[in-house]
Design a protein around this ligand. Structure first.
Ligand SMILES: C[S@@+](CC[C@H](N)C(=O)[O-])C[C@H]1O[C@@H](n2cnc3c(N)ncnc32)[C@H](O)[C@@H]1O
Length: 506
């Protein structure tokens, strides 16, 4: 190695270690400018300067977490994976790698390999159980949201033909029939369809509701529908990918200009302190009825924090949310496509107060029912005129499952605004939020946890908060479409600099 070459390498290491926010392309540009290099030369020396990735894989994939103390140990730079920065072919490689991993993962589930991308047999047999429907129907915040949204949508349902995608016990179809629909097609592929039939009869709604047993996509319905109603939301909103069936219904069974309820949805992400979770599931082992059971702690840690699955946990204390959330994904049910949904890439940059205990990230979602009967027309018209959106009246479901009227002024909890909306407040809206502190519900929040608690302290003494910066990718598992990979790479601007990469399966 010539001296010049070593100098170039150390220049790169210098930039990487001092300015962690610089992307690979930034560094290469600096090198080209400073040393009059050709792009290819700069790239060569760039790659040569960095130590190999934490795993032996060519690309930065693997269940790896790395913390470093000096530049010799530096992990690969955070993958700056804005869509346009992907190297050609790399994404296919990543997909292939994810695929191989998912195949391994599912070998135990499907010893014969991939038979059914929607895993319909197990999926619909799980929905044949009353216990699962008990969890949903008696999730008072969930069911109240649908009850009130439908009861307050007489203008939408009056004399209309409605499709209930995945009717389960038939509860939403009954709400819709009572709200004035002319006809309701209630469809479910699980055995619960037979129970729905009983509920419809029991409530004297057989003249309005027809129950179809079967997968929506395989049924031919007698006519096109005006409105689609569905409760398709899963954990992290998109788990189960039932939204694909709603999209199918919209594109194939709904009249042009039809309405979908709920109409919009959004996923949020924030850094989080979940000390209560750590105490409950890990630290509690240290004292159990006067026994020291702490030898189990490392096992609990491994199982709960180091395996690549997510955790569902309801975070009551809003102080646990360490910075304003970012919107990970917005969904407008009237336009979203399966293709568009299948991949989300988002960069984030949070500022977390120094001294905070930081355990990873929490995610939650909201869905909105729009165009409800406009009882607050007068107030909203006035405010629309005044452009005073903060006073705009909308509905929420409180922690006890009660319908409450709010204004967008009240809506910012602790001024953090846990569920910023992404559409114009143009009509009466009901929001069902699953944010921390809004009240428990069966989806809870989803946690992406670090393997260890970290107490954040900025490397810059003049700053009172620490930068938490990185990228999240959400990719659908194409062979098992109800599942999703979530990759998070994070840099913490602490001393020592801390970089981690984790991948989760949902
Ligand atoms: C989350 S549950 C909601 C049940 C009910 N609507 C409620 O709100 O209580 C979803 C239901 O949709 C059914 N389902 C999901 N995808 C379906 C499809 N493509 N065709 C028919 N049923 C489906 C499932 O069997 C399950 O009963």
């Amino acid at each position: 190695m010539t001296d010049d070459y070593s100098k170039l390498k150390s220049e790169i290491m210098d930039i990487v270690s001092k300015e962690f926010s610089k992307t690979k392309d930034d560094i290469i540009s600096i090198m080209i400018e400073n040393n009059k290099l050709k792009k290819q030369q700069a790239e060569l020396v760039f790659y040569d300067s960095l130590p190999p990735p934490p795993t032996s894989s060519l690309i930065n994939i693997g269940n790896t977490t790395t913390t470093t103390n000096n530049c010799d140990d530096l992990p690969p730079p955070p993958p700056q994976i804005e869509e346009e920065q992907f190297v050609e072919g790399e994404e296919e490689l990543q997909q292939q790698h994810l695929q191989e991993e998912s195949d391994d993962y599912y070998k135990t589930v499907h010893p014969l390999g991939i038979q059914d991308t929607y895993e319909d047999e197990e999926y619909f047999s799980s929905y044949s159980k009353i216990s699962l429907h008990h969890e949903m129907v008696f999730d008072k915040r969930r069911t109240a949201a649908y009850y009130h949204a439908i009861s307050k949508s007489k203008n939408i349902f009056k004399d209309k033909v409605v499709l209930d995608v995945g009717c389960g016990t038939g509860i939403l179809s009954c709400f819709v029939a009572k709200a004035g629909a002319k006809k309701v097609f209630a469809v479910d592929a699980s055995d619960m369809a037979h129970r729905a039939e009983l509920i419809v009869q029991q409530n004297g709604l057989s003249d309005i509701i027809t129950v179809f047993k079967g997968k929506l996509e395989h049924i031919s319905f007698p006519e096109y529908v005006d409105v689609i109603v569905s409760e398709w939301q899963g954990s992290f909103l998109i788990f189960e990918s039932m939204i694909e069936s709603v999209i199918y219904a919209r594109d194939n069974l709904m009249k042009p200009g039809g309405i979908i309820l709920p109409s919009k949805a959004c996923i949020y992400l924030s850094p989080i302190n979940v000390e209560s979770y750590y105490n409950q599931y890990i630290n509690q082992w240290s004292n159990v009825f006067d026994l020291d059971m702490s030898p189990l702690i490392p096992f609990a840690q491994k199982e709960l924090l180091e395996e690549k699955s997510i955790r569902n946990y309801y975070v009551e204390n809003t102080e646990s949310v360490l910075d304003k959330p970012i919107i990970l994904r917005t969904i407008d049910l009237s336009t979203i496509t399966i293709e568009d949904l299948s991949k989300t890439i988002k960069n984030f940059e949070f500022k977390v107060p120094n001294g905070s205990k930081y355990h990873g990230f929490g995610a939650w979602f909201s869905v909105w029912f729009e165009n409800l009967d406009d009882e607050d027309q007068a107030i909203n018209k006035k405010n629309q005129h005044d452009n005073d959106s903060e006073q705009f009246v909308y509905y929420t479901i409180d922690r006890d499952g009660e319908l409450v009227k709010s204004t967008y002024q009240q809506y910012a909890i602790n001024s953090k605004g846990f569920t910023p909306i992404f559409f114009k407040q143009s009509s009466n809206v009901l929001e069902l939020s699953t944010a921390p502190g809004t009240g428990d519900q069966h989806w809870k929040q989803v946690l992406f946890l670090n393997s260890k608690e970290k107490i954040l302290q900025s490397s810059n003494e003049n700053e009172d908060s620490t930068l938490v910066k990185g990228t999240i990718r959400i990719l659908q598992n194409k062979d098992y479409r109800r599942h999703w990979w979530i990759e998070i790479s994070v840099s913490l601007k602490t001393k020592p600099f801390d970089y981690s990469y984790q991948k989760y399966l949902i």
